[in-house]
Design a protein around this ligand. Structure first.
Ligand SMILES: O=C(O)CCC(=O)C(=O)O
Ligand SMILES: [Fe+2]
Length: 339
């Protein structure tokens, strides 16, 4: 069978190896929406009083809610639309062309795959194709990006520059709010920038499949650019909730590295993606990730408490994330408390 789902035609039934066991499948189609997601208006950071209020809102959202959405983030509607449309066009290109980008090699700077990087080994497949590529610095990465559609490189480079600026602005506000030294997140801690596109074709029965497994993000910070087709869900107070973003808003997700740096002050939310019965869903996710050898450690200033984690490199973290999973990874770096 063709691995890339975007090349499948007329899907009438679900192949058995896409049907998850009863304890891990969504089990139903309708979920309540999370109605009280904090909304941050970035226009306000220019005025002094509003700026400190906005910083406090972000810190509160990261501590108590775990995530937030941002409006008036400075990225134009037209650039958002163009990026979404050129990325969707890529997935609609002929199968033969797309297959030339197919790879499950994590060292490739641009890789198109289906389900997960472990496609060959996993017992069940996720209902998605994914295109991931490095974005920063642009000149070292752009040659690896899709050549077609012809506008792809121009549009996505403009988009990724703006996204980087936006995510660093959010981190700058977090830095101020936590009382860290200015520029704490600049440089090696956010050296790698990834664009990760999820493309889910309609699924005949979304109660049986998963678009993206439940996980916490293995990075510093991430954002999701989604349109109206629902799918993203957050686990809160023991239940799964759908999340809807306001028009042209971005959904911001603190990653596990930020949780560690905040000395456990922040949450890194558990989330997943469910599939849709009739519509194709495309999301552009962007992540800032530390370089492999930089040390990540709790910033003592963040909480005033002794560090709860030992310092670790991203390389060590990623090995533990892959081996132990999102739930146990930070535990392996937790400081032993004296008996
Ligand atoms: O596509 C989405 O809505 C979210 C995907 C996600 O959580 C991820 O790629 O880490
Ligand atoms: Fe995620």
């Amino acid at each position: 069978m063709e691995v890339l789902m975007s090349n499948w035609k007329d899907v009438q039934s679900i192949p058995p190896n896409y049907i998850f066991p009863p304890d891990t499948r969504p089990g139903k189609i309708s979920f309540p929406n999370c109605e009280d997601i904090p909304v941050i208006d970035l226009r306000k950071i220019d005025g002094h009083d509003d700026r400190s209020e906005t910083i406090q809102q972000i810190i509160k959202a990261c501590r108590h809610f775990g995530f937030f959405q941002v409006i008036h983030h400075g990225i134009s509607e037209s650039l958002m639309e163009e990026a979404m449309s050129v990325i969707r066009e890529f997935f609609q290109m002929p199968g033969e062309y797309k297959s030339s980008y197919y790879s499950t090699d994590m060292n490739k700077r641009c890789r198109l795959y289906s389900s997960s990087i472990l496609y060959e080994k996993e017992p069940f497949h996720f209902w998605r194709d994914n295109l991931t590529h490095h974005c920063h610095p642009l000149e070292e990465n752009i040659q690896s990006w899709p050549e077609k559609p012809l506008r792809y490189r121009d549009v996505v480079s403009d988009y990724s520059i703006e996204v980087r600026r936006f995510l660093l602005t959010i981190l700058g506000l977090i830095c101020e709010g936590l009382g860290l030294r200015p520029g704490y997140f600049e440089g090696e801690l956010t050296k790698t920038q990834l664009v990760s596109v999820n493309y889910h074709i309609p699924c005949p029965d979304p109660s049986l499949t998963l678009g993206v497994p439940e996980h916490m993000d293995p990075n510093i910070i991430g954002m999701v650019h989604q349109l109206a087709v629902p799918g993203l869900q957050i686990f809160k107070d023991g239940e799964w909730f759908g999340v809807k973003t306001l028009p042209n808003a971005f959904f911001v997700i603190p990653g596990l590295q930020l949780k560690a740096i905040s000395n456990d002050l922040f949450k890194s939310p558990l989330h997943r993606v469910i599939t849709h019965a009739t519509e194709t869903r495309t999301t552009i996710c962007s992540f800032l990730v530390p370089s492999t050898d930089v040390l990540i450690e709790p910033a003592a200033e963040a909480s005033g408490n002794p560090p709860v984690y030992k310092a670790f490199t991203y390389k060590e973290f990623f090995a533990a994330y892959t081996e132990k999973g999102w739930g146990a990874v930070l535990e392996s770096f937790r400081q032993q408390t004296p008996e």
